[in-house]
Design a protein around this ligand. Structure first.
Ligand code: ADP
Length: 460
């Protein structure tokens, strides 16, 4: 048949400092992996370049082997290659020890470390004769790729490539981000609403013509309640109640909570001010007052916030030992069990570029309770207030949400959610089924990225 114009596959190279599950700190790590997998599934070629951290769990890397070493400046860089979740990854290990410091972020010289990595990654591409269509970099940490590429490497070779830059969070490294915005051929951020919220920022405002908001998806194979080693009974929307009941009991037993059918509110988050700490605390007390259970899984990079939560944990574990548990750690397996066990996942962020936890919650049949901001606004539609807005997107309402950043707002959403659980179990169970059947995967957003990649290629 004529008429079908098939574009040749693109070659996309991500230069990033996080990648799930081997080097994940937050959503950036999830997105690098899941976006790449979605684009690869559409028959394009994807490679990822990542620092080789000493703290990385290499058991999740298949066919890990030494690839080559090269010199950049006076530093020898060893390159390793392996497969992560079916993706080809090159690991750069500079012999100056920059990535042998026991963590991804958190050193005084992070800027220097990642700047070095970006330059070394471009040098690796050049020295190996790579000729990709797209070089995709992310956040402040690989922002230097955009200008190093344009200022230096387009002249040296790599001339076919276009630079795409994605902002996962504008809070960090705004000056670097502004500079990358100037040099990138196309730029994105991770939801339409966040793209509007940041449009007035001086790092963004001059570049709106090339700036797009594309919602993140989650990887339905990585997050799959029917195929998840960390939960007791596999489930789909067909047996969601059975699966969630078993998960709830397993979680309660694991954490030493009362094994009873109570409304269970889960929180899975980095504990930073962005995530609405005062609202999280208020919701914990309010849930307990209403007879519910709360499980929080949270890691705080700031020791003051960590101490504050250790204190709260001690207080709660003595006053409400059978109904509240704060797990102050980063724990991927436990996060799976909480997504499955919870009736509600609370995400009261002050701002949220996209947010993945509300999407994962829905995949596991948990109802999101969120603040109406950024990607939370784009993906959660209040059962009482957002019927029309949901319908305009061909969706059923799927959660509870609130405006404002005072405790009254979160209470408004939480109270309705818990009341619905107590008073309308049948309705509530149907809601769990509905959210599970919504598609928050990359199916649609991956096509938007492809369109953007193609548009970037057509630029002079
Ligand atoms: P951010 O990138 O701002 O941290 P996102 O919602 O985009 O927020 O992504 C957070 C990701 O990190 C989710 O996949 C969530 O499940 C995971 N996560 C957050 N905190 C923890 C924790 N303490 N233990 C395990 N996973 C966590």
């Amino acid at each position: 048949f004529g008429g079908i114009v098939k574009e040749p596959p693109l070659h996309i190279i991500h230069i990033a400092v996080e990648m799930a599950p081997i080097a994940k700190v937050g959503g950036l790590g999830d997105v690098v992996t899941s976006l790449s997998r979605a684009i690869q599934d559409l028959n394009h070629n994807v490679d990822i370049i990542l620092p080789k951290y000493d703290c990385m769990n290499l058991s999740n890397v298949k066919d890990f082997q030494f690839h080559q070493s090269y010199l950049w400046g006076r530093t020898e860089i060893k390159v390793w290659h392996g497969k992560v979740e079916g993706l080809s990854v090159y690991f750069l290990e500079p012999q100056n020890g920059f990535f042998s410091v026991g963590c991804v972020y958190g050193r005084a010289n992070d800027g220097e470390r990642f700047g070095f990595f970006c330059h070394a990654a471009l040098e690796f591409l050049l020295q190996n004769g790579f000729n990709p269509d797209i070089i995709h970099c992310h956040d402040w940490s690989s922002a230097p790729v955009a200008w190093l590429f344009k200022e230096q490497y387009t002249h040296y070779g790599l001339s076919k490539a276009r630079a795409v830059f994605t902002i996962h969070n504008l809070e960090f490294g705004a000056p670097l981000i502004g500079r990358a915005m100037t040099f990138a051929d196309k730029a994105t951020t991770v939801s339409p609403t966040y793209s509007k919220e940041v449009a007035g920022n001086p790092a963004i405002a001059p570049h709106l013509y090339k700036f797009h908001g594309i919602i993140n998806g989650i990887d339905p194979d990585i997050w799959d309640p029917y195929n998840d080693n960390f939960i007791p009974v596999p489930y789909t929307s067909e047996n969601v109640m059975e699966g969630k009941r078993a998960a709830k009991e397993a979680l309660q037993k694991k954490l030493g909570l009362k094994t009873a059918d109570l409304p269970l509110v889960g929180v899975i988050t980095r504990l930073t001010h962005q995530k609405g700490i005062h609202l999280i605390k208020h919701a914990i007390w309010r849930t307990l007052e209403r007879g519910g259970q709360v499980v929080l899984l949270g890691s705080a990079p700031d020791p003051r916030i960590q101490n504050d939560f250790v204190h709260l944990a001690n207080q709660l574990h003595s006053s409400h030992n059978d109904r509240a548990r704060l797990c102050l750690a980063y724990d991927e397996p436990l996060s799976h069990l909480i997504y499955a066990a919870a009736d509600f996942i609370l995400v009261p962020s002050i701002f949220e570029p996209c947010g993945l936890t509300q999407l994962t919650a829905m995949r596991y049949g948990s109802i999101p309770i969120v603040r109406k901001t950024g990607g939370l606004y784009d993906t959660v539609f209040d059962v009482d207030d957002d019927r029309d807005r949901a319908q305009a997107q061909d969706l059923e309402p799927n959660g509870f949400s609130f405006d404002g950043a005072d405790v009254g707002g979160v209470e408004y959403a939480l109270n309705r959610a818990i009341s619905a659980w107590y008073d309308g179990r049948e309705w509530f169970n149907k809601l769990c089924k509905t959210v599970m059947e919504q598609d928050w995967s990359w199916n649609r957003p991956a096509l938007d990225y492809l369109e953007l990649y193609h548009a970037a290629r057509k630029l002079e």
